[in-house]
Design a protein around this ligand. Sequence first.
Ligand code: FES
Ligand code: FE2
Length: 431
Amino acid sequence: MNKQDIHSFELNKDLWERKEDETWTEKYPELGTGPIDLERAVSKEFFEVEKEAVFRRNWLYMGRVEQAAKPGDYFTQEVEVCNTQLIIVRGKDEKIRAFHNVCPHRGNQLVWKGHPAKETSGHCGRFVCKYHGFAFNLDGSLFRATDSQNFFDDQAQTRRLAEVPCEVWNGFIFINLDPDGPKESLREQIGEFFWTGLDGFPFEAFTERTVSVGTCKSNWKTLMDAFTEGYHVQYLHFQTFRLHTMGMDEVNARMQHFSIHERNHVSVTDRIPDEMYSYDFERMMQAHGAAPTVKPSIDIEDLPPAANPTRFKNWGNSTITFFPNFVLQFYYPIWWLTYRFIPIAHDEMRFEIAHFLPPAEKFSDLLSHYSFLSIMRDAALQDVNTLEATQRGIATGGMKDGFILQDEEFSIRHFYKTIFDTVDEYSAQNK
Ligand code: FES
Ligand SMILES: [Fe+2]
């Protein structure tokens, strides 16, 4: 199948069109319409298996290549759920590699500033251990073992950093911590639809990267739920994105496209029409260049196929959910963001939200970008606050029948199915 066929709307018309009286849910009858077994999904027992089956045995997103743009640039990433911290570094040969952040002499954490649990970044020619001065090249090989004549045989000379499989797709860096080595390539995990379907999008041109990181007392999946459905936006974010209405129908904020591609999926919603926001917000968006009246920086027709599979004319947003814990969103008039959800315990997580905006050309652009980002942060705080309340609700045990999902929350139904399937398959193989 060539790329044209994969993304041909004609080829998938039955699947991708929804008539007035149809639902997205009924297009995937294997997912059913019943409640989700919430108690199981957020339990301590489930989390113990989830760590192994989902996080230790699949490709995990770590960051962008621009974070290690030049040879010698590096950044560290804490992966609590797999009990490790990694160094991601660009070598002299330009290759991006990942290593466990541990010195193979006596196990000291190799790279850190201030406190070892804190992530850091920088530039260096080689990594030198603070403890006894062993030094390692950017490709993980030994540069120098101090007092080497006093070690036995070639034990010191053969030490090197423990490398972790690392692959890059469209500038997104992924690692795999499977103790037996990756069971599939990153390409297989992403799937053909998305692997080629975002080709040509100039991710690297959106140079204003702003990252917000925080922790939240909730299961990681419940925050992922909140960021992959638009149903809650008009209610929970009423003060942040103030609209003149509280009705989903009036703003036509419903999913206009939804499609599943193996363990991943994409949904598309409309643009919010002109003059639907209350005055101040609309003016703010106008300043940023994100208002409905602003001309898009890329023609909607030129969006890569997987970001708008049906070439929907009134495109406003695409949300692509990548198994297991990475979400990529595109917004009109073309900027994008990523979400990462990193579990710490069954009821605690860390999240990272990264906005990627076009470069500011004038000081006023910069001001409007920061005003806009502060609105987005307010919205994220509303999500996180609510989530701690949701987690408390779940912990009461008063939701015995699981949670129910309407058609606009269908992405959540598919997400849980992929997690349950992965955990069940692993459990069956490791009885
Ligand atoms: S632990 Fe790193 S040099 Fe000894
Ligand atoms: Fe939200």
